[in-house]
Write a protein that binds this ligand. Sequence first.
Ligand SMILES: [Zn+2]
Length: 246
Amino acid sequence: MMQRTQGLVIRVSDWSETSRLATIWTRDFGKLRVLAKGGRRLKSNFEIALDLLNWCSIVVIRKSPGAMDLLIEAQVLEGFPELRRQLPALYAGYYLAELLGEGTMDDDPHPNLLDEAVGALRDFGGAGERLGLRVASFELALLSELGYRPRLTHCVDCGRSIKPGEGLYYHPVAGGMICPGCRERRRGGMFLNGVVWHRLQELLANPTAWRSGPTESRAVRVVTESAITHWLGRRPRLSPYLSSWR
Ligand SMILES: [Zn+2]
């Protein structure tokens, strides 16, 4: 059955002399692995469209489960040129593609998350010194959309409200803050300063909060990266490339 949708190209590899294999994170079907026949030989629209991090309009023929879907049309809607002019921003884009590709299942669409991803790719190129905070904003949106939203205002274990005066203890495995009474049972957490704790709440509540206010990128990303690492089950491969500016 032939179907049209939009999607972000998150992985491309050669399949044979004449075809390419692409992973496209689509609005309607979630992560799709598609075969593009003639993608290399013909220098067709495929050649241009199937570039990593391109936002495309595509037509696929969906096969039965187990068989590979066929990509029969692809046109670039947006190529994020600003992103590709700066290495830190480009690495942030590759990182985003890794999280979408490795952290989600096939055929599990999340249109809100896709919109978040496209918005982040639009912002990365111009974010400058706020790039780390913009990445953190996307990480938090992803965790929220997939059911791993960090709990910051109440203790994960007992539900008691968190009071900054008692020390702010964040635990990535627990998925949020731990109150003093529950701390003894939860080793391996980290203490946050009040600015970082507030910043995390602002970023969770407001998708444009990264644009203003204190940056605190490095300290914020220590928290978001630990949450991402726990969610993914390992440290993302691109993480070392982000650490210079996080
Ligand atoms: Zn507690």
